[in-house]
Write a protein that binds this ligand. Sequence first.
Ligand code: NAP
Length: 259
Amino acid sequence: MDLGIKGKRALIGASSKGLGLGCARALAEAGVDLVMNARGEAALLEAAEAIRTEFGVNVTTVAADITSESGRAEVLEAASGVDILVTNAGGPPPGMWSDWEREDFIKAIDANMLTPIALMKALLPGMIDKGWGRVVNITSQSVKAPIGVLGLSNAARAGLTGYVAGTARQVAPSGVNINNLLPGIHATDRADGLDGGVAKAQGISLDEARANRVATIPARRYGTADEFGATCAFLCSNLAGFIVGQNILLDGGATNATI
Ligand code: NAP
């Protein structure tokens, strides 16, 4: 399928590994030039070079913490005028409701709510001027169905979701579409970290923790970064112009809800 976005430019935050990398690869396959970001330079350079070799697109890398003001400024300098923005950053740590202090909430809100909002605020005007743009925010299944131990994530991502619901409708008349992609469990380092925490808390092996989780997913497996990236690339495509302000769940059926 021709996604109609060959030659466009995209910024993908937090994209040296995992779901961000899946999105970067799928956009590159569609012929999109990329600005990729992560804190660790070695993995970022390696991922970027693999994409250049496989897909022949231009890739710029910015090794910086996208959740810090200075890191974001570096990223935005390289990404000025992009047509497509995929926002992403690491997720907050798990815990109990009673564990978290104000500073923990500020950190989570900075990373998973205010960072995507700052990136949109900086890059939407250029898209509006051109009359075409796409934004996909990587959020979480926890937006639709809360995950108790991820209270920081539930809270910060709910705030972003509310912001997007209104903003998407304000920019849609200019040909700019904003949507959120909600991952359920996917086989990435993040999933290993969460399963490791469960294994430790329950005194079981990592394999047992994974098997227990898989049993709760109707698809009976974890999602892959490639599947996630393919959905992201479709939402960024020319074919997705009528999808506005939606929250699209990729969870193998794990969220038991009719709508
Ligand atoms: P991951 O496999 O741990 O990959 C995280 C990527 O983000 C790496 O490239 C990492 O590189 C980069 N990164 C992390 N913090 C960053 C920062 N502050 N600035 C720039 N780059 C940063 O995570 P993932 O599974 O792809 O998850 C992506 C997002 O989806 C997270 O917010 C996660 O909470 C959410 N999510 C994931 C799942 C899942 O099952 N995987 C489910 C629901 C929600 P560096 O460490 O080098 O910076």
